[in-house]
Design a protein around this ligand. Sequence first.
Ligand code: PHE
Length: 533
Amino acid sequence: MNMKRNTSNEREHWGGSLGFIFAAAGSAIGLGNIWKFPYITGMNGGGVFILVYLFCIFLIGLPIMICEIAIGRHTQKNPLGAFLQLDKNNRLSRSFGTVFLLIGLGFFCFGKYGLGGVFSLIAVIVYYFGWGFVGLGGIFTGFLILAFYGTVGGWVTAYIFKGLFQQLNFETVEEASQVFNNFVASPTSVLPYQIVFMLLCAFVVWFGIKNGIELASKLLLPFLFILLIILILRGITLDGANKGIEFLVSPDFSKLTPEGVLVALGHAFFSLSLGMGCILTYGSYLDPSKNILSSSLNIVFLDTMVALMAGFAIFPAVFAMGMSPDAGPGLALQIMPLTFNSIGDHLGWLWSSLFFLLLSIAAWTSGISLLEVLVTSLIDEFKFSRHQAVMFSTVITTALGVLATVCCTDWSRLPWLEKALVALFGSTNNSMFDLLDNISCNYLLPLGGLGTSIFVGWIWGTHHAIAEIRRGSHQTVDVNFFTLLAGLKDDPNSQEKTHTMTLATVWGIFIRFITPICVIIAFLHAIGWLHFD
Ligand code: PHE
């Protein structure tokens, strides 16, 4: 019998490393892998894009993931609490506050009251919270992402039923896009499914870490793999599938554009759930005896494998049926049902429903992780009970998500909101949905990742972070990088100091220099300040 009791304020922990890896992989594997990754691969040249994406994942994503888990496990807190606890250098963050205030005043002087207001608000928050600002920003980003993620979650859930009821048996691309466009433009059709999706997320988070998130991930992830394998087998056994496989595995370097490189980098953040405190939160439930380095490698590996598998589930079928690989965001929701229907085995409805079930499960485990960030923050910082926190977070994110659904393609249902945004900021995105997607993915996630790497590299300090990472993995982090490459793993405990270039050293150099510089370049490109042509 387990004699260790949970007192009410002791933080719950994962049942083991495997529970943590499943849950974090469940967060990472989402719409980003199965819906977005295949279409951006299709639009950016196939194999060569995949190669660049793999570089971004391992060179930038992996080091930041290690940072987030280390911060979370060291502090055992939510993102805001974690950054507040580790921030000892208030003077530096105050000076950042002054910079933001000056930028804000500058915008006011040029009549840009919206941006002036935003920067002044940031200045106040930075003065007040110091580096806690990065954690608070992460929680806010999670709130925005979950809102529009709920909308897409609603679409894919609805499409399971549309498939089952034979409503996706399309004959032409026009027909497929008309059905999709009519569906997303009609809130009364989307909202019930969106609410069901949000309630499913809330249901799992309600039961906490071990009996909720860990259990759900352990059940759902294997199921997701089985579905993917079934769909891959269906795709690659079609006549003409080899053209799709070729498209994925033979990189054509003439198709590599600077634009594509940066799309790959931005997507690496979104896909690994980095830059907003999600992995940090999951890391805060990790036991000190567990190996952070090997867990991170496993999570990154699983996430990447699913993205690649999704490519193999989609492109062979798309090519075999003579469809175009560069259809853009509609690839999953329009081209896939059409592709399945044209296979001609009269089972198109079944393949479509299975495909959307796969998407819904992937979205579900990611939605759960986004909700948990809000829930844990309310529990830690405002002393909510878990159930109160789940109810409150679900209601507010669903409310914002309803706006995303109501204004999904344009602002015609809330013209006053568009007018207000244009009056404040000079312009706005095409719809509330695009606005949420744009602010969170192009701005907040890269900035959150940048803040995290600068914080760990220069404020908390890589030596402190490494001390945390070493707990449970010292045999791994102190191995010499070059001897490891040569396959001659040395003894990390040896007295001779021959292992200066250890894995820890490599990670430290990345986190202080390489990662922040790459993120800044990607960010400046994303906001249009840097062009490569
Ligand atoms: N990683 C998820 C996906 O690939 C999205 C996500 C982003 C989830 C940020 C949590 C936090 O779809």
